[in-house]
Ligand binder design. Structure first.
Ligand code: AHZ
Length: 312
């Protein structure tokens, strides 16, 4: 409804009439060569505002209780989301991505080159996704990393049960006591604490900017290796004394790094599955540099681990 202009009803009626008159869908061919008489369907600014905010706040409301939260929408997080969306349309899955642009480091291959290399058998993921590649024997090459990332992203965003909150940072983890016989101070992870990233970046020079929260029985953290934003959850696990210390990512060794990351993808603390390069910081694993097979297969395994924990 249009209101707040002192003449709400009249405007509403007027717009409804115009919308009915021009509302028929046109094909692009019908528009061609008729640009002199071209006009868009009518609109009022408040309609645009409400179209966006109503949906965003309805999503915040709906996903305040999520089934699974994925932190980070890089190649690993998006791969996990894709597998979960495909297998479990009944689950509510929120992805929290600190950047405005989801995709993490997967928009380019390496050193700003376009092509993206994936070692076999990660080509199975590309086949599932429908991304074409050149076969080089033991590895495959996607002609542009952006083709991989944009395809994966579009498939993930099309799932009705997945909501991506980008430009939103996870600032902390929600915990509940879960003492064990050997550790009376153990906790389980029960959700995430969020804030708009621009707000998160200004806690030092602005005050009173409390965060928001999402409850979820299972969190998958894929925030990448340490950096301005990376390795977020595992660093927090150390400061809250749930793991003793981080192993620290080791130097580059393509030959061992990829197997290690996939094999070690697991529930690190109850309720928190860690995948992708964030794991290299926990276990002291090598980095692999510009080969992305381990990222997608770690995502596949993280989804599998999450579902087994979630269903347990
Ligand atoms: O913005 C981050 C990125 O998109 C996001 N992120 C980090 N901290 C966050 C937080 N809240 C919300 N606190 C956060 N989002 O997480 C995403 C991580 O993506 P990535 O591409 O950096 O990590 P990945 O593990 O999916 O892929 C790693 C790719 C690499 S790094 C590497 C090497 O250095 O050797 N090799 C490969 C293949």
């Amino acid at each position: 409804p249009i209101s707040g202009n002192g003449n709400g009803l009249a405007v509403k009626k007027n717009l409804a009439v115009k919308a009915a008159a021009s509302g028929q869908a046109k094909t692009l061919a019908e528009m061609q060569d008729k640009w002199e008489s071209f006009t868009f369907a009518p609109i009022r600014e408040s309609q645009v505002s409400r179209a966006m905010t109503r949906r965003y706040f309805a999503d915040l409301d709906a996903y305040a209780e999520s089934d699974i939260v994925i932190i980070g929408a890089g190649s690993c997080g998006l791969s996990a989301a894709y597998m979960l969306g495909k297998q479990r349309p009944d689950l509510k899955i929120a992805i929290i991505e600190a950047g405005v642009a989801p995709g993490g480091g997967a928009w380019l291959g390496g050193q700003l080159f376009s092509a993206m290399v994936m070692r076999k058998p990660a080509d199975a993921f590309l086949n599932d996704l429908g991304v074409p590649f050149e076969d080089e024997g033991d590895f495959v090459v996607v002609k542009h990393a952006a083709l991989f990332t944009s395809t994966l992203l579009s498939r993930v965003l099309a799932f009705p049960n997945i909501k991506l909150f980008n430009a939103t940072a996870v600032e902390d983890l929600i915990t509940r006591p879960a003492p064990t016989p050997t550790d009376p101070h153990a906790v389980r992870i029960a959700g995430v604490v969020t804030n708009w990233t621009l707000v998160s970046m200004h806690h030092d020079d602005q005050s009173c900017m409390d965060p928001n929260t999402i409850n979820a029985p299972l969190v998958i953290s894929t925030t990448g290796h340490d950096g301005p934003f990376g390795a977020f959850s595992v660093k927090r696990l150390v400061s809250m004394q749930q793991i003793e210390k981080l192993g620290g990512m080791r130097g580059l060794d393509m030959r061992s790094a990829e197997d290690a990351i996939v094999k070690r993808t697991r529930e690190v603390v109850t309720g928190l599955v860690v995948g992708g390069m964030e794991l290299s910081e926990v276990d002291g694993a090598n980095r692999m540099g510009p080969t992305f097979g381990a990222m997608v297969l770690s995502g596949v395994k993280a989804a599998e681990e999450a579902l087994s924990v979630w269903g347990a």
